[in-house]
Write a protein that binds this ligand. Structure first.
Ligand code: CMP
Length: 139
C-alpha cells in the first residue's frame, strides 16, 4: 500500500467556496499535506495531465472545465493513501457517491465533481511530479 496520493480541488469547488471544508475533511481523515499549491492550469497543461482520457468523448469538456478557473493541487500522505482517499471522496458520479463523502457533499455533476484523486500508486507519483518539484514535497 502506497504512502502518498495526489489530489486537486477542482474549479467548481473553488468557485463555490468549498476549499476550507474539503481541506478540513482531508485532515480529519488522517491525511498529512506534503505539498500544496493554489494555481490555474492552462488548457495545454490540463490536456497533458488528462492525456490518458484523450480518446474519451468527454475529454474536450474535461480539459475546458479543468482550465476554467483556479484549483488547489496537493500531495497527501497516509498509509494506503490512494485507496483511502478514493473512499473519502466517493464515486466519480456524485449521484452514486456514498453519503458523507466529499463528492456527495460538494460535487455538482460527473464532470464538475469537486475533487480529483489519483487511481494508483504509480499515477500518484506521476501526478505529484507533474505539479511539484521534488524539493516542494516535504516528505
Ligand atoms: P477525475 O477522477 O479527475 O478523472 C477523470 C475525470 O473525467 C473524472 O474525474 C470526471 O470528472 C471526468 N469524467 C468522467 N466521466 C465523465 C463524463 N461522462 N462526462 C464528463 N466528465 C467525466
Amino acid at each position: 500500500a502506497g504512502k502518498i496520493t495526489f489530489t486537486m480541488i477542482k474549479p467548481d469547488a473553488v468557485k463555490n467556496g468549498h476549499i476550507g471544508a474539503i481541506l478540513a475533511d482531508i485532515n480529519q481523515a488522517g491525511f498529512k499535506i506534503l505539498a500544496m499549491k493554489y494555481t490555474k492550469l492552462s488548457a495545454e497543461k490540463a490536456g497533458e495531465f488528462y492525456e490518458v482520457h484523450k480518446e474519451r468523448p468527454f475529454y474536450g469538456e474535461l480539459v475546458d472545465f479543468m482550465s476554467s478557473g483556479p484549483i488547489v493541487a496537493a500531495v497527501l500522505e497516509k498509509e494506503n493513501a490512494v485507496e483511502d482517499f478514493r473512499k473519502l471522496i466517493g464515486a466519480t458520479n456524485p449521484a452514486e457517491a456514498e453519503e458523507g463523502t466529499i463528492r456527495a457533499k460538494f460535487a455538482t455533476s460527473i464532470g464538475e465533481n469537486a475533487v480529483h484523486g489519483a487511481d494508483s500508486d504509480d499515477n500518484a507519483e506521476r501526478e505529484a511530479s507533474f505539479h511539484f518539484a521534488q524539493t516542494e514535497i516535504y516528505r
